[in-house]
Design a protein around this ligand. Structure first.
Ligand SMILES: [Zn+2]
Length: 100
């Protein structure tokens, strides 16, 4: 799960919910932490696609969390590296342009 730091208390989640007929097969199972699992079942985290490489993670408004995480990382890299360049060479701007 992008942007989740938890590596303990992991649980197996059915991407298509078991209650909705989702099968217990590797392409429908993903390992996430207990907090993300709760968010998925309460509608705050939407997981779509096939595990492991085709899974998409969206927030409740439909934003792709992997992209959000990439943009946030680029923003903090600019700060952490003490960026002193022009607007055009900011990591955050390049990350934004690559998703447009
Ligand atoms: Zn998590």
């Amino acid at each position: 799960m992008p942007c989740c730091p938890n590596t303990l208390w992991l649980e197996v989640h059915h991407i298509i919910f078991y209650a909705d007929g989702g099968l217990t097969r590797p392409d429908n199972l993903i390992t996430i932490c207990s907090r993300c699992h709760k968010n998925a079942h309460e509608g705050r985290l939407i997981i779509q696609g096939n595990a492991p490489r085709g899974a998409r993670f969206l927030n409740e408004t439909g934003k792709d969390l992997r992209e959000e995480w990439r943009l946030e990382t680029a923003f903090w890299l600019d700060i952490w590296c003490g960026w002193r360049g022009t607007e055009q060479d900011r990591r955050h701007l390049r990350a934004q342009l690559s998703t447009a």
